[in-house]
Design a protein around this ligand. Structure first.
Ligand SMILES: [Zn+2]
Length: 130
């Protein structure tokens, strides 16, 4: 069960879809302007990708210039998939409901505030231990 009402989930879905469209456009424009034959070919597919995951397609090309956009797009796509699956708004680490106001600010959030803090701290502690 999610802490979010159907109405709130619909609002988040709308936000995510808008962001997805925006990212598609940004990525398309960057590919078209890249003056690279492969990128231009990818660009032709970006706006007409249908049900396929664009983030997946782009990941195969390892386009450094678009790394950030592709990573965000993957998050947005994953969030939309969770809405579809009915698991949206649940923390992937502890399974608790993520606070509705957090989901509103970060509609692609996958962790509750506590787990996110722990997760980020873990990331910083990744220095090699001897
Ligand atoms: Zn959690």
């Amino acid at each position: 069960m999610s802490a979010l009402s159907q109405r709130q989930i619909q609002d988040c879905r709308k936000q995510l879809q808008d962001r997805e469209t925006e990212l598609h456009k940004t990525i398309h424009a960057a590919l078209v302007n890249a003056d690279n034959k492969t990128y231009a070919e990818v660009a032709g597919r970006v706006l007409d990708i249908g049900e396929q995951s664009l983030a997946d397609v782009l990941a195969d090309f390892h386009i450094i210039e678009l790394e950030k956009e592709v990573a965000e797009l993957a998050e947005v796509e994953a969030a939309l998939a969770r809405i579809q699956a009915g698991t949206y708004g649940e923390c992937v680490d502890c399974g608790a409901d993520i606070a509705a106001d957090r989901m509103h600010v970060h509609p692609a959030a996958t962790r509750c505030t506590g787990c996110q803090t722990r997760y980020e701290r873990r990331g910083k502690d990744m220095s090699p231990s001897l």
